[in-house]
Every structure is written in structure tokens, then in C-alpha cells.
Write a protein that binds this ligand. Structure first.
Ligand SMILES: [Ca+2]
Length: 354
């Protein structure tokens, strides 16, 4: 009983302290973001988490529209990824290398991440470049040097969402590269033939497959429900959910189809409008490359299996069941969860005041 006055005061102090703390937290959350859960706020603001994956993003950014959405998704997921560089390569639909560089730069600017290094990689194919890599300069040298140097400093995962030329050149230049990183590649219709990234440099892909570098293949599988081709979003969804999403860019960006943009969300609408069938809101297009990023963030959004590494001969996959070299295959993606997280990520990157 004698202690009761003391306990009451202490109790009152604790209640007041917690009340003030709650008000402070609420103000911070509501001033910057739309209403989201406390756990999401923690994730969003925790840029110093030791669990972040260091990433180099290797992209043919100007090929259609999925690279841009993948890069923005990567950059807006700072709690999960530390992007230490973006390397570009040229695939045929996106034109010359400069077009891919310029498009990647637009996304970095729209995401206010211009401080991240953007490096030119291979324009031509592996077989056209391999005999020149002992020269002081060669096609793709800047990206190869960057990849080799950065992977010597720390554990880095390379998310490759174009042709595999830069990766194959890095392996050719320095075979020890295989011992110090992992490649997650968006590509192939395996076990079926064809696929854009694969076809842009089959020699590079086979070179990587025949190396010892840890390799995960996020399958495309055109027209099949088990590949990333099934992770599509409609023009209507983009038009409804993307306008104004993301931070306001420090500097307005002129889009590749003209127009001036201040947010990634507005640029996303433009990319979908200009890709094809833009007058049809039910038209759906896959965000292939975004899936390769997302399954690293949450491995439950796809299924994996380990296979003896096959090889591509005359455009067809040939199984090598006795091959001791194994790779990981990604398939059967959770489209609903992936797209929900994509749109949530865009919302979380958007200041509430907009
Ligand atoms: Ca791509």
C-alpha cells in the first residue's frame, strides 16, 4: 500500500510516454505515405538492413516495357535490395546500345536514383566480341570491368534480364568470376525452344550454362501458364493504378515516345499506351523481368527445381541427365501475389501529398 502513490505516478508516466510515442509514429507515417501497415513502414524505411541483397541489374532496357517496370520495382524495394549498378546490353528490338542506356537512365531519373552507376555493356553478340577481349578496349568492356570489380568487393547477385553477353564475357575474361556471384536470368521457354533473350545470344547462354557459375533461370514460356508470360497486367489496370505513382522526379524526363514525365507511374501509362493495341483496355502484357526481381524478394512467389544443366543445340534443348553441373529453374509463379506487391510497392513509393 505504501508504494501505491509511487506506482500510480510511474504508471501515469509510462502511459503518457507511450501516448506521445504513438502520436510521433503516426505523424511520421501519415505525412509521407498512404495508410499502410506498421510492418510495411518498417520494411520501407529500413535501408540499412544487413539482409539486403546487393544487386547488379543487367538490362536491355529499351526492349518493350518490362525492363523499366522491373528496374523501378527493384529501386523502390530498398529494404530488400541494394542496387549497386545497372549495366546495359543491346537486343534487337530496342535498337542500338545508346537507346538501352538512355531508357535505363530515364528510369533512374524518374526514381530519383541517378547516383546509381549506369554502365554500357555489349552491343554485339558474344561470338563477335570474344576474340577481342584481350585488347585494351572492346565492346562491353565497361560493364565487364564493373561486374568483375564489384563482385570482388562483396557478395553480389546479378539479375540479368536481357541477353547473357555481358555475363559470358565476364566469365571469359576472368574464370574466377564464377566462384563469387550468382546469376538470376529471365529467359528461355525451357524445355521448349525459342524466347527473345535466349535468341539474342544463344552462344552466350550456352557459355554460361557450361561454366560453373551458380545460375537460376526464370522461365518465360510464351503462352503457357507456368512461365512469367502468365504474369500479365492489363492496360486498364495500368491506367487505373499507375498515374502519379512514385516520387516526383527532381528533373522532368522526356519519354522515349516523347511527352514529359515527372513520375514513373505516368511514364508506365505512356509505355503501355505506346506498346501496341493501346486503344484496347483489356489488352494484357506480361511484366516478365519484374518477376525475376520479385522472386528474389519473396521466394514463395514461384516454384523452383534443380535440374542437370541442359544445352541448346540447333535451337533445341538437349537434356544432359548425367551432367554434374546443376542449375535452378523457376516456374509456376503466383501472379496475384506478385502483382499485388508490384502495385503496393508503387503506392508505398508515392508521397501522400501528391
Ligand atoms: Ca529485358
Amino acid at each position: 500500500m505504501l508504494n501505491r502513490p509511487y506506482n500510480t505516478s510511474f504508471f501515469t508516466f509510462i502511459v503518457c510516454f507511450l501516448f506521445i510515442l504513438c502520436i510521433g509514429c503516426g505523424e511520421k507515417k501519415n505525412s509521407n505515405y498512404d495508410a499502410i501497415s506498421e510492418s510495411q513502414v518498417t520494411l520501407t524505411t529500413d535501408k540499412n538492413s544487413p539482409k539486403r541483397i546487393k544487386v547488379i541489374f543487367d538490362t536491355d532496357a529499351n526492349n518493350e516495357l518490362d525492363d523499366q517496370h522491373a528496374l523501378a520495382y527493384l529501386l523502390f524495394n530498398e529494404h530488400a535490395f541494394e542496387t549497386i549498378g545497372v549495366t546495359v546490353n543491346a537486343t534487337i528490338n530496342g535498337g542500338e546500345l545508346k537507346n538501352h542506356y538512355d531508357e535505363a537512365q530515364r528510369i533512374l531519373k524518374l526514381c530519383n536514383k541517378e547516383d546509381i552507376p549506369l554502365i554500357n555493356g555489349a552491343d554485339k553478340s558474344y561470338s563477335e566480341i570474344e576474340n577481342t577481349i584481350d585488347k585494351s578496349d572492346y565492346d562491353g568492356r565497361e560493364a565487364v570491368d564493373f561486374i568483375l570489380n564489384e563482385t570482388k568487393k562483396d557478395s553480389v547477385t546479378i539479375i540479368a534480364v536481357g541477353k547473357l553477353t555481358n555475363i559470358a564475357l565476364a566469365l571469359k575474361k576472368d574464370s574466377t568470376f564464377a566462384n563469387r556471384t550468382k546469376i538470376v536470368w529471365l529467359g528461355s521457354n525451357y524445355p521448349h525452344p525459342g524466347e527473345y533473350n535466349q535468341e539474342n545470344d544463344t552462344v552466350a547462354m550456352n557459355y554460361v550454362l557450361n561454366s560453373s557459375i551458380p545460375f537460376e533461370m526464370v522461365t518465360v514460356r510464351y503462352g503457357e501458364p507456368s512461365g512469367t508470360d502468365a504474369v500479365g497486367v492489363s492496360v486498364h489496370e495500368i491506367n487505373s493504378r499507375m498515374p502519379g505513382k512514385g516520387p516526383i522526379a527532381k528533373e522532368a524526363v522526356i519519354g522515349r515516345h516523347d511527352g514529359v514525365f515527372n513520375t514513373f507511374g505516368d511514364y508506365s501509362v505512356s509505355l503501355f499506351k505506346n506498346i501496341e493495341a493501346h486503344d484496347n483496355e483489356s489488352y494484357t502484357r506480361a511484366l516478365f523481368d519484374m518477376v525475376a526481381v520479385a522472386v528474389l524478394k519473396n521466394q514463395s512467389w514461384g516454384k523452383t527445381r534443380t535440374i542437370a544443366t541442359p544445352i541448346l543445340i540447333d535451337g533445341k534443348w538437349v537434356e544432359r541427365p548425367n551432367n554434374s553441373r546443376k542449375i535452378v529453374l523457376w516456374e509456376d509463379f503466383n501472379k496475384e501475389a506478385l502483382l499485388a506487391d508490384f502495385f503496393e510497392t508503387m503506392q508505398k513509393a508515392t508521397p501522400k501529398t501528391k
